[in-house]
Write a protein of this length. Structure first.
Length: 356
């Protein structure tokens, strides 16, 4: 007995002090995009008529251990045995040795972009015009464009050739050789911000010349910027949700906007949750931690879960009791599914299966 007790104690100590390269995922909180969070509306629309909504359109989250957290063997074993948690290799969540700060910054940027895309996709789904423009999304510190171009500058043309998308900028820059001048026609960020505030098109362009640098990988010409899209909306849409990061709430934000701007009550009072990235064209993309999100949704009371098509097979492998997985590939798919859910037409829903 004494020997067994000492052996057990030694094993427990080893389990506590032996660190393992794993992280843990668990169901996180869900938030109704049609409701409030911390006393404020998640979606606030001004300058356009909105309509009463009911029910839920909940975005879902996943809790993960931090990048700097050292999991011990005992915690890993407990996580493997716990039904609602998943233990995964640390590098799956934090590739390339990302720090906690780097991961948080990246998630914040993705969350901001997902909000922008959600607004664009929602308004286009409703047939409301949205003006798009190409901007300087970021400037590499100490790069060729540092101090010449600035984040928020609107890029109208490169070498006199008009640009219509971020990809055009890269194509035109790489036509040059390192050391050659590249001429950008831009509207400065300050004017662009003022125009956006006044909901008008920016004016007052200027020409900026940047001497191309040389990429380290293959030696092609670079200027050290990342181009992106920005939009002018015909009215104000504010999305407020603290302590959330990443792009996976895009679909549910977009659907919340559609519901508030639609006379009909899309959910019919039903409790619907979901997840999925969304792009400006309304395409729904896959996300990570799908099983954690379905568990969290069901625990919150959801009866239906809008599931990206590419996540369907994984989600269907272990569905919480009482939750119907609805397969969606676009915002149009999702709005049609909500209409069926609101009318109680469960049989007509495209449901996920373990094979799709």
């Amino acid at each position: 007995m004494l020997a067994s007790t000492l052996m057990l104690f030694a094993l427990l100590c080893a389990g506590v002090f032996l660190k393992v390269p794993y992280s843990e995922m668990s169901p996180g909180p869900t938030v109704n995009t049609l409701g409030d969070s911390h006393g404020e509306p998640v979606l606030n629309i001004a300058g356009r008529k909105t309509y009463p909504t009911s029910g839920h359109l909940n975005m879902t989250t996943v809790r993960v251990t931090g990048a700097d957290y050292d999991m011990n063997l005992l915690e890993a074993v407990y996580g493997w045995l716990a039904g609602d948690n998943i233990v995964v290799p640390h590098e799956n969540l934090y590739p390339d040795g990302k720090t906690e700060e780097q991961s948080t910054q990246e998630n914040a940027e993705e969350f901001s972009q997902s909000q922008q895309s959600a607004k664009v996709a929602a308004l286009r789904q409703l047939g409301i015009p949205v003006t798009a423009r190409v901007i300087v999304a970021s400037v590499v510190k100490a790069g060729p464009a540092d101090g010449r171009l600035h984040a928020g500058d609107v890029v109208l043309a490169v070498d006199g050739t008009p640009v219509t998308g971020p990809g055009d900028v890269a194509k035109l820059v790489t036509k040059h050789q390192p050391g050659e001048p590249v001429e950008f026609t831009v509207v400065p960020a300050a004017e662009a911000a003022e125009a956006a505030k006044a909901q008008r098109e920016p004016t007052g362009s200027t020409k900026v010349v940047v001497t191309a640098g040389k990429a380290e990988d293959d030696g092609h010409a670079i200027v050290g910027i990342r181009a992106g899209n920005d939009h002018t909306f015909p009215f104000t849409i504010d999305i407020k949700l603290a302590d959330v990061g990443g792009p996976s709430a895009g679909l549910m934000f977009a659907l919340g906007i559609v519901d508030k701007l639609t006379p009909e009550d899309l959910t019919g009072g039903k409790f619907v949750a979901g997840t999925g990235t969304i792009d400006d064209k309304g395409k729904v993309g896959p996300i990570g931690g799908i099983q954690m999100k379905t568990i969290g949704a069901r625990q919150a009371g959801a009866e239906y879960f809008l599931t990206p098509a590419e996540n369907c097979a994984a989600a269907a492998a272990d569905v919480p009791d009482g939750l119907t997985l609805v397969k969606v590939s676009t915002i149009e798919d999702a709005t049609k599914a909500l209409e069926k859910i609101g009318k109680g037409d469960k049989a007509g829903l495209p449901q996920c299966s373990s094979k799709s």
